[in-house]
Design a protein around this ligand. Structure first.
Ligand code: AMP
Length: 182
């Protein structure tokens, strides 16, 4: 039974446990702090199980996690799925040969990177991050996986800020799923 249909599974409880910090990291941003979920062993378990049940039959070979909270959720998920984990990182952090993609921010640009040998061409990959805001980071991550000719099966977020319409930046053909929406 998918965990979403399990009466014991409470998305609402997880939503309520997310702490909101106004004006972090800069004025006007309402930061969704998931450390209050991660420190609760039951809630953290349920978050990972939620993603696991969405993906367990999809023959995923790699979970690609976006720095840095995507590493926390992604590595726990990869362990549970019994597949590999690959990091997508900010510029200059990965030691090997990298593919990079530059994308626009509100002010300026940012660069993210993945190891060129992170996944084999055609590998079945799920992309994960904690939160979808404007979609720039996730869209750039999709581009990186595209450059490696990965088979992107799904994009998973714990939280989606729907009013920012980040989903519109993501490839429409890919199953994109957010556990909690604000
Ligand atoms: P974006 O590229 O605008 O979709 O931003 C997504 C990235 O920024 C994710 O890695 C999030 O962790 C982080 N982020 C953006 N907005 C917030 C927010 N309001 N609260 C927490 N994290 C955020």
């Amino acid at each position: 039974m998918p965990i979403t249909q399990d009466p014991m599974f409470a998305v609402d409880k997880i939503k309520a446990a997310i702490r909101e910090i106004p004006d972090f990291p800069k004025p006007g941003i309402l930061f969704k702090d998931i450390t209050t979920v991660l420190k609760d062993p039951i809630l953290f378990n349920q978050v990972v199980d939620y993603f696991y049940h969405e993906l367990k039959d999809k023959k995923i070979q790699y979970v690609a996690g976006i720095e840095s909270r995507g590493f926390i959720l992604g590595s726990a998920l990869a362990y549970k799925l019994g597949c590999g984990f690959v990091p997508i990182r900010k510029q200059g952090k990965l030691p090997g040969l990298v593919e990079r993609h530059e994308y626009d921010l509100e002010y300026g640009t940012d660069v993210i990177e993945i190891h060129t040998d992170a996944v084999e061409p055609g590998a079945r990959v799920v992309l994960i991050d904690d939160l979808l805001a404007t979609g720039g980071t996730a869209a750039a991550s999709c581009k990186l996986l595209e450059k490696l000719n990965a088979d992107l099966i799904a994009i998973m977020f714990m939280i989606e800020l729907e009013f920012l319409n980040g989903r519109e930046k993501l490839p429409t053909a890919i199953n994109t799923h957010a556990m909690i929406k604000f």
